[in-house]
Design a protein around this ligand. Structure first.
Ligand SMILES: [Zn+2]
Length: 274
């Protein structure tokens, strides 16, 4: 039952993410400021990204509409920009989150899971936006930051005011946002973007402590190195190609949230055996 709810939620929010990324980008780039409401998340109506035709309800059913239209706009017959991949990935991550949830489903665990879903949605949106446009918009990074603050506040209340939670989260923020800020200042913004610093705020709190933050750093670097090598070998990138760091950070944060306790535990065991 929960799985079915998660599948439906994942489909809806996957569509929401596609629209969010596109509209945010349009808000930045469209010259025509006469109709800013068209691209507002609340006021705007869904439209084809080529012909601007308003989409009817039957065009907006996640995945099914795309399949029945064979990926083409009903009105101008051009290829629909957003593939259903976003919806599918969102559904998959919702289900994996539930199956691999590292905490018991007691009050704290349920609270963490419920706040994790919107956090996950903002992470996926950040991933896609940075991948497409090489930018982490403030509205997304600060939304993530706000959500993690709610998570932190909830944990504080549920733990009866355990002050260590606050210190540990602060260490996480220093390890990620502080470190990125340093890199940003030293390199004059060429190694890492200002958006990554702001992303580090939310990810630091999400990591919850120093070990979690270091795990995210390690995973992001490892995944980034691996992907860069593959792109270089495939000839899809040269040494000068700019690769955004955000998608790696986001991937690392999702892996860290779901498998972090397991990975840290495993690592400690290895360490003790030596
Ligand atoms: Zn169209």
């Amino acid at each position: 039952m929960i799985i079915i709810v998660l599948i439906l939620l994942g489909l809806c929010f996957g569509s929401f993410i596609s629209a969010l990324v596109w509209r945010l980008h349009k808000q930045f780039t469209v010259e025509d400021k006469k109709h800013p409401r068209d691209y507002s998340m609340l006021m705007g109506r869904s439209m084809c990204s080529h012909c601007g035709h308003r989409l009817a309800a039957r065009d907006l059913v996640p995945i099914l509409s795309w399949l029945s239209l064979r990926g083409k706009c009903r009105y101008c017959h051009k290829k629909i920009q957003d593939s259903p991949l976003t919806e599918l990935v969102t559904v998959a991550l919702f289900i994996v989150s539930y199956m691999a949830w590292p905490y018991d489903f007691n009050t704290v665990g349920i609270f963490l899971f419920i706040i994790w879903l919107p956090i996950l949605i903002s992470l996926i949106a950040l991933f896609i936006y940075d991948l497409r446009h090489m930018l982490l918009p403030d509205r997304l990074t600060f939304t993530l930051f706000g959500l993690t603050l709610v998570q932190l506040g909830g944990l504080l209340v549920l733990s009866g005011g355990e002050i260590n939670i606050l210190w540990n989260a602060l260490l996480g923020v220093i390890a990620l946002a502080g470190f990125f800020y340093l890199l940003f200042q030293i390199s004059g913004g060429s190694w890492i973007g200002g958006g990554d610093v702001k992303l580090g705020l939310g990810l630091g709190i999400l990591a919850g402590n120093l070990a979690g933050a270091l795990l995210i750093l390690f995973l992001a670097s490892a995944i980034g190195t691996l992907v860069s090598i593959i792109l270089l070998l495939n000839g899809r990138a040269s040494k000068k190609t700019q690769v955004p760091f955000g998608p790696f950070l986001v991937t690392a944060a999702i892996v860290g949230q779901l498998f972090g306790p397991l990975l840290i535990h495993w690592y400690q065991n290895q360490f003790l055996l030596i």
